[in-house]
Ligand binder design. Structure first.
Ligand SMILES: [Zn+2]
Length: 325
């Protein structure tokens, strides 16, 4: 069965008239944050495509939509910002190559790779800069890496050495006096680390809709929804819409961080959900429109997503906002 409604969003990014593309070479309504240091020389788990950030950059450039030079290149996050979230003891531990290797389930990091941790300093630097830019420029901002939501204050889990989401949120709150932040996490896996970090903080609301729950406790400003892996696009989107409407009545965010994991994708090589490419674009647009209608700045992070086609999901979203946002 062909669902014409579903086809409309992908066609919006696949059939763009030439004059619109030319206009976009001059005017950009989004920020893209990227550093070559995001592309690690070591593997992360067995399925993560470490070249996916580069692929997005290449594709945007090939289509003359956004060049590398037009992207904003972050510096490394400083120690103080990392220590606003993580304990000193853990920070010292995770910097050691063999400990990082364990958290990343990498087979390629050796004890000589003392610079391996740098990648995550740049990513967290990118999330801090991205959130600041989203807030100050009011443009939707995409960091091409980031969303390491499992990292706890004193422990790294599931490919997540440091929690760049929490680091960026604390950084923004400290430097810009922002109070209320909403984190919408739609990765396949629960944003348990982020929830734990803001567990007692009523000014940071964490919403996580996931098929894989790690921690069922409820924080003071938190909503966790576990969904079946067999859920289809329409039912998933209904749950998302209801959740956002519910939060809209009880919490007024000044900024939103959207953790747009692409691992609920049917072609994901690690996870087993069956959301379609179209469905995921509709999901992303729903969160984007929620922020836009309320004039709330938004930072978007790619988080999880495994296999050769994972990059496309985030790329589609960037392209859609570029032309329709
Ligand atoms: Zn995930």
């Amino acid at each position: 069965m062909i669902d014409t409604h579903n086809n409309s969003f992908l066609s919006q990014i696949n059939l763009i008239p030439w004059w619109k593309k030319i206009y976009k070479t001059v005017y950009k309504n989004i920020n893209i944050i990227y550093s070559k240091d995001y592309d690690s020389y070591f593997d992360i788990g067995a399925y993560f495509d470490t070249g996916k950030f580069r692929k997005i950059v290449r594709e945007l450039s090939k289509e003359h939509l956004f060049t590398f030079r037009e992207m904003i290149h972050p510096t490394e996050v400083d120690d103080k910002s990392i220590l606003s979230v993580h304990t000193e003891e853990y920070f010292e531990w995770i910097k050691m190559p063999l400990n990082l290797r364990e958290v990343l389930a990498s087979s390629q990091i050796s004890e000589l790779d003392t610079d391996a941790f740098q990648t995550f300093r740049y990513v967290a630097g990118g999330s801090c800069l991205g959130l600041k830019l989203a807030y100050t420029t009011k443009k939707a901002t995409f960091n091409l890496s980031g969303g390491y939501h499992h990292a706890l204050p004193d422990k790294g889990y599931g490919f997540c050495p440091i929690n760049d989401i929490a680091i960026a949120v604390k950084n923004l709150k400290k430097n810009f006096g922002v109070k209320n932040v909403l984190i919408v996490d739609l990765d396949y896996h629960q944003g348990n680390g982020t929830k734990e970090i803001f567990f007692k903080d009523s000014s940071t609301f964490t919403l996580s809709i996931h098929a894989n729950e790690w921690d069922s406790r409820a924080g003071v400003a938190n909503m966790d929804i576990e969904i079946p892996t067999t859920i289809n696009d329409d039912n998933y989107l209904m749950i998302l819409m209801d959740s956002l409407h519910y939060i809209d009545h009880i919490f007024i965010p000044e900024v939103i961080v959207y953790v747009a994991g692409s691992d609920p994708f049917v072609k994901d090589e690690l996870c087993d959900m069956s959301l379609t490419e179209e469905g995921l674009l509709r999901r992303d647009i729903m969160v984007y429109n929620f922020a836009k209608k309320r004039d709330i700045p938004i930072l978007i992070l790619p988080a999880g997503g495994y296999g050769r086609e994972s990059w496309k999901i985030y790329y589609n979203f960037i392209k859609w906002v570029l032309f329709n946002g």
